[in-house]
Design a protein around this ligand. Structure first.
Ligand code: ZN
Length: 247
């Protein structure tokens, strides 16, 4: 398999690192993953009083984020009562919490420095992570980057690009849009990107926080993994396996 374009941006292929990565722990479920017993709740939508936009008839302060955008309602359960993992799903509230605190999306570890930089590992869409790039994928810690690369490649055959972002301002949300007249979901607009403060912000039900990556520099994961070393990575993998294993 080719290694991408040397010197342009780092791309990662199977096991092509200076150190041999320890195998990813089996049975690992990322913090933001969805589970079978956690599902979207369908709640009647009404017109918001005093403002343009949608609301829940029995709305509480927990239904909106700090930007005043309405969020989907989703079952949130303690770990032992979540059923089985559904890897293709992302839990909206855990995703939002990870973004808000810049927690690792796999092991939920808080960042060593809340002011950054933060490591982002995104699917390779044909180029490096750009300044100002938007994403709904929360950061990862370095050991979890080593795990994610292995797991996602096994699952999807995916390739990645990685970058450090010094600042990660909230940009908006992703979620279903509702029609301003009928209040019904607009067909074909189930996961639209909506900027905070934009004209559509009152008409979306957020399912993900979307952030903007600023102060971006490409991450040399090979160097990061080598700096930790295989023994330390093994220790970290064991810690992460305990934290994230299905109870
Ligand atoms: Zn982690």
């Amino acid at each position: 398999m080719p290694l991408g374009v040397p010197g342009r941006h780092p791309r990662f292929d199977n096991g092509r690192f200076s150190i041999v990565l320890p195998p990813a722990p089996p049975g690992l479920v990322p913090y933001i993953a969805g589970w079978s017993e956690e599902r979207l709740l369908s709640c009647p939508i009404t017109r918001r009083r005093g403002f343009p936009g949608i609301a829940y008839a029995d709305e509480t302060p927990y239904d909106r984020d700090s930007f005043g955008v309405l969020w989907v309602r989703y079952v949130l359960r303690p770990k032992r009562r979540r059923g089985s993992p559904v890897f293709r799903n992302v839990h909206p509230y855990r995703q939002r919490r990870a973004m808000l605190n810049m927690m690792c999306q796999v092991c939920a570890r808080m960042p060593p420095d809340p002011h950054g930089p933060h490591l982002f590992l995104l699917k390779d869409s044909g180029g490096p992570i750009r300044e100002g790039e938007l994403t709904t994928s929360p950061p990862v810690c370095v050991p979890c980057a080593a795990i994610s690369i292995q797991l996602c490649r096994a699952l999807h055959g995916g390739r990645f690009v990685a970058a450090w972002a010094r600042r990660v301002p909230a940009w908006g949300v992703v979620g279903p849009l509702h029609h301003p007249r009928t209040l019904q979901p607009i067909p074909g607009c189930a996961m639209e990107q909506v900027k905070y403060g934009s004209e559509w912000a009152p008409w979306v039900r957020a399912a993900r926080t979307m952030v903007e990556l600023r102060g971006v520099t490409p991450a040399d994961l090979d160097r990061e993994f080598a700096a930790l070393g295989r023994d330390r990575l093994e220790e970290e993998f064991a810690r992460i396996a305990q934290l994230t294993a299905v109870a």
